[in-house]
Design a binder for this molecule. Structure first.
Ligand code: GLV
Ligand code: MN
Ligand code: MN
Length: 405
């Protein structure tokens, strides 16, 4: 039984999709169209639904009393992303609610669904903007954060019909009791260990930085090699130093996924290099040490190439354990369904780590074919999605059958 999930995945992939990759970024027409599409699906199921002031889609099955059980994920993507990261979690939640409605289930407490805005941070380098607004984080400093296409966040919001000053109104965490999120694993472990599903034990800590190195723009042919102040040479040293540090540490990851070199002439010594560092560790002490590591690698490279440095943290999410009781509940449902399942930590960041600072939160994974993700090739076939959807449905049924304080 796949219900509506296959059809919904296909329809959603067309919004911001080019037949292969999907591009849906914060405050763009593509993400707004996907959000409106979801609001329609929620209305069809009889839920109250709206796009909130932070751009999150929020659907409410307003039943029973007490704090809501919230289930969700995100609809935005990385550049040239796949069809499943985030979207599968949202649509599995939608399908679970459809099944519960179909069987005549009456929740003993409200059941809400969220598609959080800008989980990936693709356009503004923010990451988890929507869930942070939902839990009431003060994000005022992001007002003038400039996008990859040169637009301040508050202006991008205005162009999309939103008001940055109203973002705090998206805070509804006080009405929520717990949070569940289904996601693709995004790595190879489930496939290697032949797991149908996995309970997530905790989510990696993530730090992001924007680094600007400045040297001297000059002529490519006439400037003596030993006199150059080449910003790209400095950035290259940083990339390699970070990679070597991560390889020797063994329990951290470091990535530079975007770099912009100015002025960008093939016959010009690069005067400026701006790049973004993504550094991660699951262990809290390791996580704490990442800041010094990044600054040291940048500092050493800049000194070697005689460059000036501007380094600005863009986001920070500490390592986050998932709620033990909810992990147990998910494991029990997997066992009851006769699945081959295990426990895994997440090397990817998720909205669940923002929610977990406030309410009991948990995640379950389904496999990613070939361990590929953040790529148009990410794929989880229908038969590998279904066990996760069934467990999610059963867990929601159980959570909404009893009153929680
Ligand atoms: C989100 O996908 C992240 O791990 O950066
Ligand atoms: Mn992602
Ligand atoms: Mn995701």
């Amino acid at each position: 039984m796949t219900g509506m999930l296959d059809a919904w995945l296909d329809e959603l992939a067309l919004i911001g999709g080019n037949g292969r990759a999907v591009n849906r970024f914060a405050w763009t027409p593509e993400l707004l169209a996907a959000s409106r599409w979801l609001v329609q699906r929620l209305h069809e199921l009889g839920l109250e639904a709206e796009i909130d002031p932070a751009g999150n889609v929020l659907g409410r099955w307003q039943a029973g009393d007490g704090p809501a059980v919230l289930v969700g994920s995100h609809l935005d993507t990385v550049p040239e992303g796949g069809r499943f990261d985030g979207a599968l979690g949202v649509l599995s939640a939608l399908e679970a609610i459809r099944r519960l409605k179909d069987e005549g289930f009456e929740p003993a407490q409200p059941l809400w669904i969220a598609a959080f805005n800008d989980e990936e941070g693709t356009r503004f380098g923010t990451t988890m903007f929507g869930s942070a607004a939902f839990v009431g984080d003060d994000q005022a400093e992001l007002r003038d954060r400039v996008s990859t296409d040169g637009v301040p966040l508050s202006e991008a919001m205005r162009a999309a019909g939103f008001d940055f000053d109203l973002v705090p109104r998206a805070c509804l965490i006080g009405s929520v009791g717990c949070y569940l999120e289904l996601h693709i694993e995004q790595g190879p472990r489930m496939e290697l260990q032949r797991m149908d599903t996995a309970v997530v034990t905790g989510i990696v800590g993530v730090r992001g930085y924007r680094v600007e190195l400045r040297g001297e723009t000059n002529h490519a042919g006439t400037t003596p090699m030993e006199n150059r102040r080449d910003a790209l040479a400095g950035a290259s040293r940083v990339v390699l130093a970070l990679r070597d540090a991560a390889l020797s540490a063994g329990d951290i990851t470091v990535n530079v996924g975007r770099i912009d070199v100015q002025p960008g002439g093939t016959n010009v010594v690069p005067g400026t290099a701006v790049f973004f560092v993504d550094a991660r560790a699951a262990d809290p002490q390791r996580f704490a040490s990442l800041d010094a590591l990044v600054r040291e690698c940048v500092g050493t490279a800049a000194a070697q190439e005689r460059l000036t440095i501007e380094i600005s943290p863009t986001h920070e999410h500490p390592p986050t354990p998932m709620d033990p009781a909810l992990q147990q509940l998910l494991g029990d449902e997997m066992r009851a369904a006769g699945l081959t399942w295990g426990e895994l930590s997440s090397g990817a960041g998720h909205d669940a780590q923002v929610l977990a600072r406030h309410v009991a939160s948990a995640m379950l994974f389904v496999p990613s074919q070939g361990g590929i993700s953040h790529s148009p090739d990410e794929f989880t076939p229908s038969e590998q999605r279904e066990p996760g959807v069934a467990v999610l449905t059963a867990a929601l049924r159980k959570l909404c059958s009893t009153q929680r304080p």
